[in-house]
Design a protein around this ligand. Sequence first.
Ligand code: KMH
Ligand code: ZN
Length: 307
Amino acid sequence: MATRNPTRKVVITCAVTGAIHTPTMSPHLPITADEIAAAALGAWEAGAAIVHLHARDPKDGRPDQRPEAFAPFLGKIKQESDVVINITTGGAPTMTVEERLKPCAHFKPEVASLNMGSMNFGLYPMLNRYKEFKHEWEKPYLAGSDDRIFKNTFKDIANILDTCRVNGTRFEVECYDIGHLYTLRHFADRGLIKPPYFIQSVFGILGGIGGHPEDVAHMKRTADRLFGDEYVWSVLGAGRNQMPIATQSVALGGNVRVGLEDSLWIGPGQLAETNAQQVRAARQVIEGLGLQVATPDEARSMLSLKG
Ligand code: KMH
Ligand code: ZN
């Protein structure tokens, strides 16, 4: 990956709601289709080239992977913007891979996420921060992560690749640890995924690599060694890691992902009220370093998307 290019554009991805945080944790978490559409459009207006999307059940905010749950906000976002649509195939760690694949198979987006390994995904430490939960499902969902595996076997990964790539969908390759880079190399060597690889390195999930600057540097060094100039690097830092890691990535030649899926915060003890706020904060970092944010079409060309 070329690191010193003063004219390069930086791609901001915004993951607007996800499946990690629950409604009790923030009144600003987008839940309904209208809220998800407004969050995605606000992020695009603020400078995000890509929006990474999950759906939720509007009744209680639980993760919902039915294509019918995605349809209303996808329609609106496509009608009102040219932002790149990225649909999750991770869904929630409680879902089967078959369930997780449905919206990508149905909507054939430009980008889909692809999680590169089975892992522990520790949400249970968050339990202690809340005395009461708004909805019944939240507590067992968080507590259950103590004994739950986010399942992404080699067969699952091949299944997701095969199902989505026939539609021209390309992948946001989510790497939560160094081993996941080697798994990507394996699938690239099998010819199931083609460059440029869009590597989304995930830092600070309990069960994956930490959020220390050395972790970020090690991830990048390893990706450089395995993929040379055939990859586009992006990072996401969970929770309080979000902006420090975004800053490190931009300084090292990378791209950034922000959004309420990854962090509910805009500063210490201060909840982000919108996704756009986090996009603006990332943009400030990028422009502060003398760089520019990529438009959706520039991101399409950098990532060889179908458009
Ligand atoms: N929630 C993130 C840590 C997915 O949707 O496929 C990773 C993610 C997974 O976005
Ligand atoms: Zn996601």
